[in-house]
Structures are given as C-alpha cells and as structure tokens.
Design a protein around this ligand. Structure first.
Ligand code: AMP
Length: 216
C-alpha cells in the first residue's frame, strides 16, 4: 500500500477521505492541522501564537511544522501513512522529500483533491466539527449528523471551527492558490501526482482514491 500525501484547498474533504483510508486500510493519519490544534489546546504561549495564526487563516512557521512532521513520522515507525495538510508550500515539499529520504520512504503518491473556490466556500459554511476530531457538513446528506448538532460518534455538541469564517477562508484560499502550482510541478517532475475531482459524493471520491493507492 502506497503512502499518501493529500493536497487540497480548504474544506475539500481531506479529513473525511483520510478517515475512510484509516478505517478501510489501517493507514496512520498525519494531520498537520490536528497536530497544531493539539499544541494550541495546551494553552501555552506557543499555543496562543498558533491560535492567532490559524484563526486568521495564515500558515504556521516552518520552524514549528518541520519538527512536528518529523517526530510524527518517526513515531509511526514505517507504517503506511496519509499526510493531510503537509506540505502546503514548495519549501515544505522540499523538506518533506528530505525527511522521507532520511527515513528510506520512496513509495508514495500525491493526490490533489480538486475543487472550485465557490464549492469550497459552500463546504466551509456548512462544516461542523466535534472535539473528538469527527467532521460533518450540514449541506451534504452523507455528512450530516444523524441528530442535529450532535456527534454520531461520541454524542458531544458540534461546533464551528473558529477559522471557518469568510475572512479566514479567503486568506486560506489565497495562500493555497499562491502555493499550489510550484508544489504540483515538484511532484509532477517526480511522477508522483494524481488529481481527483471532489465535486462528487464522498463514496465516489473514496473509490477513485482507493484505485490510485492500490494501483502498482
Ligand atoms: P487544516 O486542519 O488542514 O485545515 O489546517 C488548519 C490550519 O492549520 C491552517 O489554516 C494553517 O493555519 C495551519 N496549518 C495546517 N497545516 C499547515 C502547514 N503545513 N503549514 C503551516 N500551517 C499549517
């Protein structure tokens, strides 16, 4: 099974697809957003700094994300992984390549979840999350909670992410647009890039991703 690097605009469903791959194939899920939110939740001064950046839709500095990704890759000890949200810049892609080489990992595929800005904005406005990590969307029948406002998995109340507002979305989308082409070129040159259209149902998208990761 190939390691997977998921790249996508905000709210394209990286987390949802990663969860399916974890459940169906036993992948280790490496979510940079979750790793950063863990530091944020610690309430430390660093956590507060991170919260300010995340809420504004800005990228957190490489000095922080680089050790987080490296530590996480070391902890999973060679198990197949999905990286969700890293890399987000060419510099991060180059650094990731270096770490993967150090760890002797060469078998991976990069999947771009392709979505228009308009569709991404609609998804952002319908997204609700639970503190257990599960994510929902009230505008998608497959992603709605069974009971309004309540997590199917653990029963806690669902909330909006603090960064799911229009200003933060626009900032995040702009950062995505600015950085995406050089990242795609980087992986195209290495023959690693696959593009999946995500303006479809969750199951259809998962089907396309499964074909890619099981293909030799
Ligand atoms: P996500 O959960 O993937 O939507 O990420 C939430 C936020 O965490 C992003 O908007 C950034 O502020 C921050 N973040 C996530 N991944 C990265 C990364 N690779 N580099 C810098 N900041 C990141």
């Amino acid at each position: 099974m190939k390691n997977v690097i998921l790249i996508a605009p905000p709210a394209a469903g990286k987390g949802t697809q990663a969860e399916i791959l974890v459940n169906d194939f036993g992948y280790e899920h490496i979510s940079m957003g979750d790793l950063l939110r863990e530091v944020m939740a610690s309430g430390s001064a660093l956590g507060q700094e991170i919260k300010t950046l995340i809420d504004a839709g800005k990228l957190v500095d490489d000095e922080l994300t680089f050790p987080l990704i490296k530590n996480k890759l070391q902890t999973i000890q060679g198990k197949p992984f999905i990286s969700d949200g890293f890399p987000r810049t060419l510099n991060q892609a180059q650094h990731f390549e270096t770490i993967l080489k150090e760890l002797n990992i060469t078998d991976y595929v990069v999947i771009l979840l392709n979505l228009s800005e308009e569709a991404a904005l609609k998804r952002i406005s319908g997204r609700l999350i639970c503190s257990c990590g599960k994510s929902y969307n009230i505008y998608n029948d497959n992603l709605k909670p069974k009971q309004e406002g309540i997590c199917d998995k653990c029963g806690q109340a669902l909330v909006k992410r603090d960064d799911d507002n229009l200003t933060s979305f626009q900032q995040r989308y702009e950062i995505f647009q600015t950085n995406i082409e050089p990242i795609l070129d980087f992986y195209r040159q290495r023959n690693k890039l696959q593009i999946v259209d995500v303006d479809r149902s969750v199951a259809e998208i998962a089907g396309s991703i499964k074909e890619i990761i099981t293909h030799d």
